[in-house]
Ligand binder design. Structure first.
Ligand SMILES: *Cc1c(COP(=O)(O)O)cnc(C)c1O
Length: 388
């Protein structure tokens, strides 16, 4: 009681008293959007579970030794993934970069400091042609050359002592072999013989969660996925999981180590804790029930839009995971409405709605993956108004 009289005025004069609830978007003159694009970074990708928001707020109140938080969180992430070790990263892209640095430097701190100068290190990363994507820029940030192969023979020929790592894009169908000249099990066997670690970008494998432990069980050296997509943890987080020696090397190459190539890929303690909490929740979700819910949302919107005489169909894009996408199409000249105009009206309306153009820039594509029940009614109503 004694302290009350001076304590609270002191806290508030230092800016430490609990603030009133605010709407930060409104204060910036902004309106949030309903997201029918899926986990896409440009609209924020992840809506954190409410309990994760409060766990992070608690974690943000105290200081803690970052390496201890990393170790404790890492042990539990690894247990969930079914790997020897794991590291919270700045998204999958950060994990791709750190995996590459780790394979180049190992635990040699002189090499860590030297990157991206590759003196005394290997200088190539092997990627099969269908696995090339924009995110492999993170591989090149190590200073390495990407060797692209387009057949099993060229892959085998490229397995030289100068290859530091193989980047493998997950998210392909069933056995992860779709369109891939060297499917995963074959790739792992060949890489093991050549002594080259295999990294699998598993960002495309969620949902559902069991794809991750299943991938880990194949014996991949490293895998990574995003904490800020369907997992609904902090948007800028990810997980790098796999061999302990490589995970330790990845940590040496990242924040808080000042003189390291990955210093800019910082993950703070509350993000690490939020990521773990989100993944603990995510790994226990009923994915069959979630899938039924997304299917229901998609079916509702399709039924409604058919009433407006729009052509609707389910997208065939499915690969190793199930994502419910609806393609909406119409005769643009008869309706005097282009795809771009409809997208603009959705985004300018109330509430704002973010969707994507359909295949080939025609029509619309609506993804049902990040939506609360009820949002399907809003998007259907807005589209019916636009086409009325
Ligand atoms: C989204 C994505 C990434 C990047 O993930 P971030 O968590 O945003 O860094 C990398 N690879 C693939 C295949 C992805 O889909």
């Amino acid at each position: 009681m004694l302290q009350r009289r001076w304590f609270f005025p002191l806290l508030s004069s230092l800016g430490l008293a609990a603030p009133q609830a605010r709407n930060p978007y409104a204060e910036l003159g902004l309106r949030p959007v309903l997201n029918f694009q899926g986990p896409v970074t440009t609209v924020g990708a992840s809506r954190m579970w409410p309990e994760i928001q409060s766990i992070m707020a608690e974690a943000a109140k105290d200081f803690a030794v970052l390496a201890e938080v990393k170790d404790a969180v890492g042990v539990r992430l690894a247990k969930l993934c079914g790997t020897e070790a794991a590291l919270p990263t700045s998204g999958t892209a950060g994990a791709i970069a750190l995996a590459t640095y780790a394979c180049l430097t190992g635990n040699d701190t002189a090499k860590v400091r030297r990157l991206p100068d590759l003196t005394g290190m290997k200088s190539e990363v092997l990627i099969q042609k269908p696995h090339r994507n924009g995110y492999d820029h993170a591989v090149r940030s190590a200073g390495v050359r990407i060797v692209e192969t387009d057949s099993r023979d060229s892959f085998i020929n490229a397995l030289s002592p100068n290859v530091a790592m193989i980047y493998y894009l997950g998210g392909t169908r069933g056995d992860w072999a779709w369109e891939t000249p060297v499917p995963l099990t074959d790739c792992l066997a060949l890489a093991r013989k050549a002594g080259i670690p295999v990294f699998v970008d598993a960002a495309n494998l969620l949902p559902s969660w069991d794809n991750i432990p299943r991938l880990a069980a194949t014996g991949v050296d490293l895998l990574a996925f995003s904490g800020g997509k369907h997992v609904r943890g902090p948007q800028s987080t990810g997980v790098l999981a796999g061999r302990k020696d490589l995970i330790d090397a990845a940590w040496l190459n990242s924040s808080p180590h000042s003189d390291s190539q990955g210093r800019g890929m910082k993950v703070n303690k509350e993000e690490m804790i939020g990521l773990l909490a989100a993944l603990e929740k995510y790994s226990r979700l009923d994915f069959a029930a979630l899938d039924r819910e997304y299917a229901r949302q998609a079916a509702y919107v399709m039924d409604e839009l058919r009433k407006s005489k729009l052509h609707v169909e389910k997208s065939l894009f499915e690969r190793g995971r199930r994502v419910h996408r609806v393609i909406v199409d119409w005769d643009e000249s008869a309706r005097a409405l282009s795809s771009a105009e409809v997208l603009r009206r959705l985004l300018d309306g109330e509430p704002r709605i973010a969707a994507l153009p359909g295949p080939g820039g025609r029509g619309l594509e609506l993804t049902f993956l990040m939506n609360d029940p009820g949002e399907e009614r809003i998007v259907a109503r807005r589209l019916r108004e636009i086409f009325a």
